[in-house]
Ligand binder design. Sequence first.
Ligand SMILES: *[C@@H]1O[C@H](CO)[C@@H](O)[C@H](O)[C@H]1NC(C)=O
Ligand SMILES: *[C@@H]1O[C@H](CO)[C@@H](O)[C@H](O)[C@H]1NC(C)=O
Length: 211
Amino acid sequence: MASKVTFFLILSLLSVSIRYSISEDPVPTPWPLQFHSILLMNHTGILQIIDLWYDWPNGRNFNIIQHQLGNVLYDLEWNNGTSFFYTLDSSKTCSSAQLEVGILRPNWLDGAKYLGQRHVDGFLCNVWEKVDFIWYYEDVETKRPVHWLFYTGRQAHVMTFEVGAVLEDEKWQAPVYCFDGGKGTSVNNGVLHQNLPVMDGVLRGSLFPSI
Ligand SMILES: *[C@@H]1O[C@H](CO)[C@@H](O)[C@H](O)[C@H]1NC(C)=O
Ligand SMILES: *[C@@H]1O[C@H](CO)[C@@H](O)[C@H](O)[C@H]1NC(C)=O
C-alpha cells in the first residue's frame, strides 16, 4: 500500500516537473496572418531591400527584391506551390517554379530550438534555431522579429513590421509574359534564382517538408 502511494507521489511529481520544464522555454510568436515587412538583406556584403508581403488567408507571399543600384526582382509565391519570378522592366523576364509545398504557415517556427537571449541589431532578443537552417531573433519586449540568419550566412534585418497590412489584389498579378508560353524573354532559372531571397524554395519547402 505504502509503495503504491509512493509510486503515485513520484508519478505526480514527475508530471509536475515535466510540465514545468516544458513551459519554461519561451516559444516564438506565430506570424500574424497578414503583415508587411521591409527587410535589409546582407549576404557577404551584397545588399538588398526586400518588401515582404505575407498574406496567409489569401494563400500568397510576395518578396519584392531591390538589388543595390540594380534591378527589382518580383518573387510571387502561391500556396498551391506555384512561384513566379519576374522583372517589370524592359527585359521582361519571367520564370516559374512548381514546389511541392505552399507558403510558410504562420506557425512554421513551431518546434524551433530555444537558444537563449542575445543582443542583435541593438535589441535584446530571444533566439531560436530551426533545423540548422535559420536562426530567428525576436524582440523580448515587443515579440516582433528583429533578425533572421540563414545557414548560408545571409542575414535579414527587419526594418519595419506592419501587422495587418495587405497589398492590393492588382499587385499580385504576374505579368502577361509569364503566361505566353515562352514569347517573353525566357531566362535560365539559375540566373534568375541565384540571388533569391528570404523565403525562397529552400525555406518554403524542400528543407521544411513538415510545414
Ligand atoms: C554585411 O555583412 C558583412 C559581413 O558579411 C559586414 O562586413 C558588413 O558590414 C555588412 N554590411 C551591412 C550594411 O550591414
Ligand atoms: C496557383 O495559383 C496561381 C494564382 O491563382 C495560378 O496562377 C497558378 O496557375 C496556380 N497553379 C496551379 C498548379 O494550379
